[in-house]
Each structure stands twice: as C-alpha cells, then as structure tokens.
Ligand binder design. Structure first.
Ligand code: 5AD
Ligand code: SF4
Length: 474
C-alpha cells in the first residue's frame, strides 16, 4: 500500500485544488437530488493536532459544497480519530455503531474515518471485516489528499481505503475552516522521534519534520490579517523544532520571529519535552510581551527508574531543577503536565516519587492518565504489567494530590486584575462570557457577545477550583 510521492508541495496543492472542483460537481448533483445543501459533520477525537487537522477537513468540505453541522445525522460524517490510549479507540467503535443506524435511514449518507487510529493495521482489518458500511478510510500522512479521496469515494461503490506508512510531504495552502475566528492552531512540525516506550505516536505520525520558518511566518501573518489575535504553535515536541532544517534553527529563534508579527497579541505552544527545553527558550519567554505565561511540561512519572524504562531521558532531579529554574526566571508562569500511572513495573514507591514531584512543582493543572497498553510499543511487551486494582489505587492517590495543589496554585491569583482573551458565551449561563488568562486559567464574567475576540482586563473575584468568577475592570 506504500506510495512514494515525488510532488513538490506546491504542485500537489494545485492538483488538490483541481480535485476540490471535481468533488464539487458530485456534491452539487447530490444537492439537486436532495433539494437542499448537503450537510457534513467533522468529529474530532484527541489532541490539538487533530483539532487543527479537522479544521483542514472542514475547510475542504465547505469548499466542495457541504454545509457544516454539529449533528451526526448528516449526509457526510467523518471521524478524525486518536489512538494514544485504548479508550479513544473504543469510543470510535461505539460511535460507529450509532452511525450505522443513521445510515440505514439516510441512503445518501457517506461515512469516513481518518487520523491516528487508521495507521494501525489491526484497526484497518477490523473495519474492513466488521464495519463494511464505512465509505472512506485514510490515515495521517495523506490527509492533504482529502479532496482527491472524496472524488474516489464518489466514484466507487466499495469502501475506499488509502493508508500510507509515511511521507516526507508538507502540503500548504489548502482551504481551512477555523473553529474560532480570533485564535488558531498552526502546525510547526509533524511527527516525533522520541520513542517513549509507552507511546504509539511515533508509529502513527511518523518521523519529525519541521516546516520552514518562512512558511510558518507567512501563515501567521495571513491569520492575523484575518482577525486572529492568538496562535498556538503545534508539534509533538516543539523544543526540537528546526534541528533538521537547512540552515538549522532553534524553537526559541522561531518564537522571536513570531513575536515580531504586527497585530499578533498572544503566542502559545504545545508540547515541550523536558529533555530539550533550553535556557535560550526560558530567556525568550521571559523577555517576550506576547508569549503566554504557560508551559505544558509533561512529567509522565516522578520516579527516575520508571522514567528510564519509559525512555524519557531525564531524571527526577533534572526535571525538578528545570521546573525550579523556570519558576525563578518567570515567577508568574503556570506549569501544567501529563502523568501516567500504572506503567509496567511501577510500584507504590514510584507513585510516591510522582506525588513528591507534584507537591514540589505545584502544577496549575495536570492531566493524569491510566497507562494503556499500545500494541507495537516496547512497553506493551514488558512482562511486569501492573494489575488494574493497583493502578486504580495509585491513580486515585495521584489525582487527589493534583487537585489539591492545583486548587491552591490557581487560588493565588485571587484579587488580581489580569487580561483575558474573551472566547465564548458561557454554556451554562448565557449572561456570562468565558475568557482565558495568559496563564491559561479560565474566567467567567458578565458581558456580551460583542466582546468575543477582544482582550479585556478582568478582576478575579472568586476562585472556584480550576476557574474564576470575575468582573470586567472598567
Ligand atoms: N498510556 C497512557 N497515557 C499515554 N500517553 C501517551 N501514551 C500513553 C499510553 N500508552 C499520554 C502521555 C502524553 C499524553 C498526550 O498522553 O502522558 O503526554
Ligand atoms: Fe509520544 Fe514521547 Fe513523542 Fe510525546 S515525546 S509524542 S510521549 S513518543
């Protein structure tokens, strides 16, 4: 199934634009048949990278003539999947069963699957055998061919499956439908070379590839001229950005260039690997007026023995020293993290080490995960897998400490006036607006929709655990 592509990025863009037109003809014919514009729904599982990919899928679907909807009872439904933990896979299978019943009522309905889960051969086997009603399946490496794949789907009466093992392509300038007008993710690199022993990402997203700084800057400038105030630079390991570019460039240097863009108000990035976080980056963050006061710095475990087995390439002491340095240089920064409980061989004393790090670093928030065995990763074949009940117990202990320390940290902001980017109307109470502080804390306050996309000073009146109730400071 492996295809090696020789196209240069731009020629490929031109080809795909031709396919967009061709797919448009099919959608128009469907529109005549239905007597209305056909509806499409893009459902995203997983991380920010997937969310950004979904905006690209939505951009193409709109361009070919579909109307976007949140309803899964649509004429075209695509699941952009995640496979980082098994529960994400199980959710997809569950939701697919539901789609099948909808499709029986709507003969025009088309169903597509894409994303990380589709890069696993066992998943493809299962879909081909047990989910025959799916019309189109593709993976992470050929997402830029979505328009072409749509045409193939319209021209075929069988399931179209197109999965590549890898790619060296980065295709730019295809249509994108952004979820928020005022903020946007932007890919600065793809793939990961770290091979943490539990993680499936390097297998499904391929080797690390950095986009050129010129392309990144040009894309951000276009976004800013289109009303974007905040960008999130996306990569599995942004701290190793640019190592393979010619000439090489550091992530800190890229940030400095992004900072120069007129009209851009805020810069975020995700995700940092502690082993690659440089002093240069800390200095650039410290001196910046635009880089947000937030660093997501996945710990995974506080036990050096487990970190070693995870192939994380830092010790507990090195991590603590790094967090300490960051807090000293940038005292108002929020540090968040990811933690895995139940990695093979983990014992109660290792969990205690993790808890010790949480207490010392005082995270503003931590995403705590139960270890999930991913076939094909080195950890999956380790013999000392931890029994579920033991994992559960350790998980609950970690979660309790995470929640207590995070509440304490977030509470420190009480009484301050800080800028928030206003994002949306509060879902529960329509009289409130929801905004985000530079340090990523959420705040709700009285206001109206006209504020969306603006940065306003907010008095942080009441801390409610992970968020604040505040008031606009006139
Ligand atoms: N099991 C549990 N959590 C995992 N993560 C990655 N792989 C696994 C796994 N096999 C978590 C890590 C990573 C986050 C995105 O997902 O904590 O930082
Ligand atoms: Fe997975 Fe480790 Fe790469 Fe993160 S750095 S994507 S955890 S292999």
């Amino acid at each position: 199934m492996r295809i090696t592509e020789k196209y240069k990025g731009q020629e490929e863009t031109v080809r795909q634009i031709a396919y967009i037109e061709k797919a448009g003809v099919y959608v128009e014919a469907l529109s005549h048949k239905l007597g209305r514009k056909p509806a499409c729904c893009v459902t995203t599982f997983g991380c920010q990278m997937n969310a950004r990919d979904s905006e690209k899928l939505a951009g193409i679907l709109e361009k070919v003539g579909y109307e976007l909807t949140e309803e899964e009872n649509a004429d075209f439904v695509i699941f952009n999947t995640c496979t980082v933990r098994d529960n994400a896979n199980q959710r997809v299978y569950g939701r697919l069963g539901h789609l099948n019943s909808l499709k029986k009522k709507n003969p025009h309905m088309k169903i597509a699957l894409c994303g990380c889960m589709m890069q696993e051969p066992s998943v493809i086997d299962k879909i081909c055998q047990s989910y025959r009603f799916v019309d189109l399946v593709f993976g992470t490496h050929n997402i830029y061919k979505f328009a072409e794949l749509l045409v193939r789907m319209f021209e075929s009466d069988q399931m179209v499956v197109d999965i590549w093992e890898d790619t060296d392509q980065i295709v730019e300038d295809l249509p994108v439908e952004r979820k928020y007008p005022f903020k946007s993710g932007i890919n600065i690199m793809f793939g990961c070379n770290n091979f943490c022993s539990y993680c499936i990402v390097p297998y499904v997203r391929g080797r690390e590839r950095s986009r050129s700084p010129e392309d990144i800057i040009a894309e951000i400038k276009t976004l800013v001229s289109d009303g974007v105030a905040e960008v999130m630079l996306l990569g599995q390991n942004v701290n190793s950005y640019g190592k393979n570019l010619f000439p090489p460039m550091t992530f800190a240097q890229l940030l400095k260039e992004v900072e120069q863009i007129d009209g851009l108000k805020r810069i975020r990035f995700m995700t940092s690997h502690p082993k690659d976080l440089s002093d240069e980056l800390i200095q650039v963050m410290k001196e910046s007026k635009k880089i947000c006061r937030h660093l997501h710095l996945p710990l995974q475990s506080g036990s050096t023995r487990i970190l070693n087995a995870m192939n994380r390439r830092y010790t507990k002491e090195q991590y603590l020293a790094l967090a300490d340095k960051i807090r000293k240089e940038i005292p108002d920064i929020a540090i968040t993290t990811d933690i895995i409980v139940g990695f093979p061989g983990e014992e109660a004393k290792d969990v205690e080490e993790t808890i010790d790090v949480i207490r010392k670093v005082q995270y503003d928030n931590a995403f705590t995960f139960i270890y999930s065995k991913r076939t094909g990763t080195p950890a999956a074949s380790m013999e000392n897998q931890v029994p579920d009940a033991v994992v559960r117990e350790g998980f609950d202990r970690v979660l309790k400490v995470v929640q207590d320390t995070a509440r304490e940290r977030v509470g420190l902001l009480q009484g301050q006036v800080l800028d928030a980017l206003v994002e949306e109307v509060n879902e529960q109470d329509q009289s409130l607006m929801t905004g985000r502080l530079s340090n990523n804390t959420i705040v709700h306050f009285k206001g109206d929709e006209s504020l969306i996309g603006q940065i306003v000073p907010i008095y942080l009146k009441e801390c409610h655990g992970f968020y604040y109730l505040g008031e606009i400071q006139e």
